[in-house]
Design a protein around this ligand. Sequence first.
Ligand code: ZN
Length: 420
Amino acid sequence: MRSEADGNLLIVNVGQLLTFAGPEGPRSGSAMRSLGLMKEAGILMEDGLITLVGPSRDVMGEARGLETLDARGRLVIPGFVDAHTHAAFAGSRHNELTDKLEGKSYAEIAREGGGIQRTVRDTRAATEDALKVETYGRLRRIISAGTTSAEIKSGYGLNLEGELRLLRIIVEAGAELPLNVVPTFMGAHAVPYEHRKNPTAYVEELVQTIIPAVSSQGLARYCDVFVEEGFFAKDEARTILEAGKAGGMRPKVHADEITSCGGAELAAEVEAITADHLLHSSTTGLKAMKRAGTIAVLLPGTSFSTAGIPYCDAHRIIQLGIPVALGSDLSPNSWLETMQFVVTLACYHLRMHPEEALCAATINAAWAVGLEQEVGSIEEGKRGDMLLLDAKDYREIPYRIASNLVDTVVKDGVVVVSRQ
Ligand code: ZN
């Protein structure tokens, strides 16, 4: 008997289905508005994979005896892919909210012992069990809000043992939770406090010790650096990213978030898969990214939650023909656990159209984390990762602000969240 528990599931009577089926490659320009929309659709999943997408009646005829989910005219979209998170950490920085409201900048909060260094202290002090419980709790909440794939960065250990421990937890989460997890090494998130007087020594430690250890244990797919004044200079970042590359980790770059510091140019130079933030990138840098095939990951939640940071000009980037993906930037600075709200922010503050924002949160985000062959669209051969939403029209996702529209989350053909 082919049971639902083994990933055999039929969904019928889908009112609107966004498939995002389309040509190979991340979507750019006007192609970002192409939804692959079907009406009165059905989806068949067998052994966790999508085997048929078509008119509801036809799909029903092909699948007798299978467990059936009646969508009753509701909306189905691919599971969200969150292209940028720092979800593995201990503690909380809710006390910094008041500082932000009083006008303290990210840099000032950091100088007073808050920010990343505070989370590094909390994370180092946590037992492995406690760190895992806190991280898994967050990941279960993002799953119930519709995220079925997420990139997760290390970066709150900032020493050999701390970084390896975080990456182990991140990799284990992918094996133990109904979530595709893409681990990224980000030992260059900040210079740890103990190296503050000699940051060069930390760059050397990263290159000579930590990156080779991460690489030999196969714990991360990408290597990311925060290129910013007070964090890592462009030349240091290049050295770190080249070392990561030599260890089999493709570069990602936190680029031009607070100041224009050549992040986009560097991302293009090292052929990064993505450059993220891009608030203050030069046109030369963006054009270089376009030529290098680097995807832009935009994070409107960070602007929403960080004092003094504007929103990115998404249309400048889309008009240059660069594919745009979205991420939550879930972190202690920007504790945002729902991609539904990221899509809302992308529309209201980045002025992306609902179609563009949804493309950026699904298929383009899948390209941004290297999962494009498996997820991000509802097509035959891909994993059965999708959401049944309590809505009739996809535009309700950004429009109904901060609502949780998720009715059912299907992961690999198995119902993992259900409100029915
Ligand atoms: Zn980040």
